[in-house]
Design a protein around this ligand. Structure first.
Ligand code: PLP
Length: 380
């Protein structure tokens, strides 16, 4: 039986990342991988995930901010690091100092970077972000726009070295006709912009567009790189969404917590804030030391979510508290203080929690609190 490590904790199977990367490679062939490790690798440990990705042969990482990039550098990650988001001008110096690659989030932004780099006679590495329909960041590209000139222009800045070009899919997860047409149009626009650059003797640099669902549903695009985040963690955003491929991923996350107290309720007694659970019969209840401040969403309260106590599936009852929750363990013999309760792992998917919380796995993972220890999976 698994021994407790803390009051509540994550265990992460970093070794399984190599398997998941192989599954991605089976889909994308020669397209190389930029390992997306932003937001602390979706909560699972940016440095540890990056090291595991390195072991799997990945030499390029994507983060959302300059601070996330610096964290990787300070922990010995010397490979290419692309900052997918905006870096404010006060931090431009770090781009130079740490040799980071900045996304050009607009033409005006590229000029701001150029001005900074020119003043210090430095060169800033960059990838041109092309907005083909997400309308979030990027140099807008539509054929009927003047925007090709804006794209071309950033390749001519003296102190910005544009090493790549990329775009992003908002509906690559959706296989309905409209969504597929939208995604295919994005691909056409991306290709067209690249061809127009080449026609003007401009090397567009490394091309990439596929996020996880872009890989699962549009695996044959053949660009230089793809940008999976969730996939190497062995999950998709939503396991009920139909996909065009059948990869065999291993989910890398487990979550456990300790039983702190076991007690019997008499019929009519209630549990937790709001008294939403009322015992109909004598009921044995275990209090477990994990709550919404650990990342167990409060909205899961009273939804009949199952967890595993000493191997037996048991129901969460009553409102989830900040640091604790309660489980009906009437059918489990010998439950006692210190026993380990499994919330994710042992066949319990993160998707169940996500579904009950009406969100996507990306949010469930990134909501795991900082105070939860993340340790390498034991008992593999
Ligand atoms: C620009 C960009 N590329 C790639 C990713 C990775 O997405 P996913 O986790 O779906 O693979 C993200 C994540 O949101 C992103 O913003």
């Amino acid at each position: 039986m698994l021994k407790a490590y803390s009051r509540a904790w994550c265990e992460i199977d970093y070794d399984a990342i190599a398997h998941n990367v192989d599954e991605v490679r089976k889909l994308v062939g020669n397209t190389k991988i930029i390992g997306i490790v932003k937001a602390n690798a979706y909560g699972l440990g940016a440095v540890e995930c990056s090291r595991a990705l390195q072991k799997a042969g990945i030499r390029f990482f994507g983060v959302s901010s300059v601070d996330e990039a610096v964290e990787l550098r300070e922990n010995g990650i010397e490979d290419d690091i692309l900052i997918l988001g905006y870096t404010p001008p006060e931090h431009f110096g770090k781009l130079v100092r740490y040799g980071l690659i900045q996304s050009l989030v607009s033409n005006a932004y590229a000029h701001k970077l150029e001005e900074y780099a020119a003043a210090g006679n430095a060169t800033i590495r960059a990838h041109a972000k092309l907005d083909t329909g997400m309308n979030r960041t990027g140099i807008i590209y539509q054929p009927d726009h003047k925007h090709f000139d804006e794209l071309k222009d950033v390749y001519h800045l003296d102190h910005i070295r544009v090493e790549g070009i990329f775009s992003h899919f908002p509906v690559s997860d959706d296989l309905n006709e409209d969504a597929v047409a939208f995604t295919k149009r994005q691909i056409e626009l991306f290709d067209e912009a690249i061809e127009r650059l080449k026609a003007e003797n401009i090397d567009p640099g490394a091309r990439h567009i596929q996020n996880s669902y872009g890989i699962l549903n549009y695996m044959d695009l053949g660009y230089d790189y793809c940008r999976p985040g969730l996939l190497y963690m062995g999950v998709t955003s939503d396991d009920e969404v139909e996909i065009q491929s059948a990869p065999d991923f291993i989910p890398i996350l487990s979550i456990y917590a300790n039983v702190s107290v076991v007690k019997w309720l008499k019929p009519g007694e209630t549990v937790s804030y709001g008294r939403h659970f009322k015992a109909e019969k004598p009921t044995k209840v275990a209090t477990v030391s994990i709550g919404y401040a650990d990342g167990l969403p409060r909205i899961l309260s009273n939804q009949g979510l199952k967890v595993r106590v000493n191997g037996v599936l048991c129901e969460l009852i009553g409102n989830i508290c900040m640091d604790q929750c309660m489980v009906d363990v009437t059918d489990v013999e010998n439950v006692q203080e210190g026993d380990v309760v499994c919330f994710i792992g042992e066949g319990l998917t993160v998707d169940r929690i996500t579904r009950a919380a009406h969100t996507i796995n990306n949010e469930t993972l990134t909501s795991i609190a900082a105070r939860m220890p993340r340790l390498e999976k034991r008992n593999k």
